[in-house]
Design a binder for this molecule. Structure first.
Ligand code: GLA
Length: 431
């Protein structure tokens, strides 16, 4: 893209300047026009649907390498992930070797990235995929590598030269990051500095704000140039663990954090409840104890109900059939990627079972039942309780069974396993 801009826009500008100079008798005017700043081309709208891809942190953490990234890109193509819509391959923290004391430029760890980042970006692009990287708004990253504080323009320019398409931007070691003070203004200023620097490169780069939620990034994420913003602390490979900034949280906690944030999400700006742990089974870098496949299916279901970014967090060259069946379920992905971009909201709760509703395009609606209990249960909810029109008839499609299902008149009812989430798409029938 940078090359394209250089090839097409630069000669164009030169031609305009030459023509202006040739046609103008007053040289003073020419000088004045030439001194004006060049007009930045409008960037295309980014992330009109939630970004889908993969991030290295959960499976590889500090062991990420160019080999891992190349194998991941290959597996995206061979496993069908690319065809299902997963696009971004993002290197998370601990890719950095340091910052050059003379040039001030970041450089990668040469042992794990011997070919350099640009060559890696080229490889990922050659597979028809997009490439992302990680930095931090503070002086150091969460993994104690150099952060971008004070180097925003330099780093953004370097990232654009490397042709990255996505930047995850963390918040460790910002002056106030661990205090209870939660300095909103400082967070806004640090994220805006990088957001502006990215825009100034002229390259479309998705900006992933990773402040974890304490400073309500849903209120200012868009304004600083973000297309997604983390609303929760790190989700571990575990079902339930209360909100805690010192340790991982569980899938269920992240679901609760998302509740009531629906009005802040929509095309171009998404609430991000963190990456998926599906398929990890307590392997990889982050651990947490592991989840059952039922619980992984629930994470996929709820993240899609939320229109959350779908960033995979397992090694994708070695997925079990069960993991594949979850990550490649196009019916549930279609709910995540629905062009309306509405985040689900909780409409009903009884005895540990709750119902969530997500308006979809084409006058349809998705309804999810979530069983939080560690025992089986059954649920019957009337259309009124689900905030649906009781006078309407609907055809009901089960997105995990991949078939139409019949429902009692004026209600929805189903039996549920422990920690299960069932998702249905309801389409109105003309009366
Ligand atoms: C923070 C982020 C994680 C990950 C690590 C890397 O904890 O929330 O997602 O990026 O830093 O150090």
């Amino acid at each position: 893209m940078t090359r394209l801009i250089k090839k097409t826009i630069f000669p164009g500008i030169m031609l305009v300047l030459l023509l202006t100079t040739a046609g103008c008798k007053n040289t003073g005017t020419v000088k004045k026009e030439a001194a004006q700043p060049l007009h930045q081309p409008e960037l295309p709208p980014l992330a009109q649907t939630p970004p889908m891809g993969w991030n290295s942190w959960n499976p590889f953490g500090a062991n990420v390498s160019e080999k891992v990234i190349r194998e991941t890109a290959d597996a995206f193509v061979s496993s069908g992930l690319k065809d299902a819509g997963y696009t971004y391959i993002v290197i998370d923290d601990i890719w950095q070797g340091g910052r050059d004391s003379t040039t001030g430029l970041l450089y990668p760890d040469h042992e794990r990235f011997p070919s350099g980042i640009k060559a890696l970006a080229d490889y990922v692009h050659s597979k028809g995929l997009r490439f992302g990287i990680y930095s931090d708004a503070g002086t150091m990253t969460c993994g104690d590598r150099p952060g971008s504080f004070g180097y925003e323009e330099k780093d953004a320019k370097l990232f654009a030269e490397w042709e990255i398409d996505y930047l995850k931007y963390d918040f460790c070691y910002c002056p106030d990051y661990a205090s209870l003070h939660n300095d909103y203004k400082m967070a806004i200023a640090r994220y805006k500095a990088m957001g502006d620097a990215l825009k100034a490169t002229g390259r479309p780069i998705v900006f992933s704000v990773c402040e974890w939620g304490p400073r309500s990034p849903w209120l200012w994420g868009r304004e600083v140039g973000g297309q997604l913003w983390r609303v929760s602390y790190d989700v571990g490979d575990k079902w339930d663990e209360p909100r805690n900034e010192q340790s991982q949280i569980g899938i269920l906690t992240a679901i609760d954090v998302m509740c009531d944030l629906e009005r802040f999400a929509g095309p171009g700006g998404w609430n991000d409840p963190d990456m998926l742990v599906i398929g990890l089974k307590n392997s990889g870098f982050i651990k947490g104890g592991g989840c059952t496949y039922e619980e992984y299916r629930t994470q996929m279901s709820m993240w899609c109900m939320f229109s959350a970014p779908l960033m995979l967090g397992c090694p994708v060259n070695n997925m079990t059939e069960e993991t594949k069946s979850i990550l490649l379920n196009r019916d549930i992905i279609a709910i995540d990627q629905d062009p309306l971009g509405k985040q689900a909201f909780r409409v009903w709760r009884k005895d540990g079972i709750e119902a969530w509703k997500k308006p979809l395009s084409g006058d349809r609606v998705a309804v999810a039942f979530l069983n939080r209990n560690s025992r089986e249960g059954s649920v019957t909810a009337s259309m009124e309780q689900l905030e649906l029109d009781p006078k309407m008839e609907y055809k009901v499609y089960d997105v995990w069974k991949h078939e139409m299902v019949s429902q009692p008149v004026g209600a929805m009812a189903t039996k549920m396993k422990s920690h299960e989430c069932q998702v249905f798409v309801l389409t109105r029938l003309a009366k």
